[in-house]
Ligand binder design. Sequence first.
Ligand SMILES: Nc1ncnc2c1ncn2[C@@H]1O[C@H](COP(=O)(O)OP(=O)(O)O)[C@@H](O)[C@H]1O
Ligand SMILES: [Mg+2]
Length: 229
Amino acid sequence: MDQFIELERLSKSYRMAGEELQILHQISLSVPSGQYLSVIGPSGSGKSTLMHILGCLDVPSQGRYVLDGRDLTGLSEAALSQVRRQSIGFIFQSFNLLPSLNAVENVSLPLMYQGIPVTQQKERAEAALERVGLRERRHHRPHQLSGGQQQRVAIARALVADAPLILADEPTGNLDSHSGEEILDLFAELNAEGRTFLVITHDPAVASRSQRIVAIHDGTVVEDRKVTA
Ligand SMILES: Nc1ncnc2c1ncn2[C@@H]1O[C@H](COP(=O)(O)OP(=O)(O)O)[C@@H](O)[C@H]1O
Ligand SMILES: [Mg+2]
């Protein structure tokens, strides 16, 4: 089986006031290409820490992270940001849009960092906004959009560079249930197009929309099961 993500005995600890604080304990996990997986667990169990490592925003203290056949262990900061830009789209609970930029400009940012010419940036950003149903609002700034619309802009930003892996941390946490459902409908469509989705949530209803649920508790995988429809 073609594994897109492979974690081998991955651990993470922080040094706090001279003490070693271990957050993730030897997590091993394989995720095939195209899977829609959710990671659940109570607050403080290490979900965001895991997502930061998967997203190359942080590095493990021990163990191996292989993404799309490439061992990322020991890569330089520059090499990791290259991987991040090419392969990973991020969606956060608080959307993380820049307030002074309109939707097209926010969505263009990943392409700007890749050095794509400005006219192409705009074309691709507009296409991504169209994909998430926001063509009409493309010149709006975040404060002129509802929460659900802001999250759609963030999804368009995650899609615009054609990242094969989308990581979402509590993507519906700041949304009312109707907007949350719309976002999850969109995830299902985008996953059906072949993207691998890893969604972090403490909400069982959100997790139930995925194909597989991995539960972590105190930094350890305690359950790993397929979702039956
Ligand atoms: N940079 C850091 N330094 C020290 N401790 C941290 C750091 N980031 C997270 N932690 C700790 O790691 C634990 C797990 O945090 P986190 O991954 O955010 O959990 P979750 O997302 O499941 O709520 C918490 O106890 C948190 O305080
Ligand atoms: Mg968290």
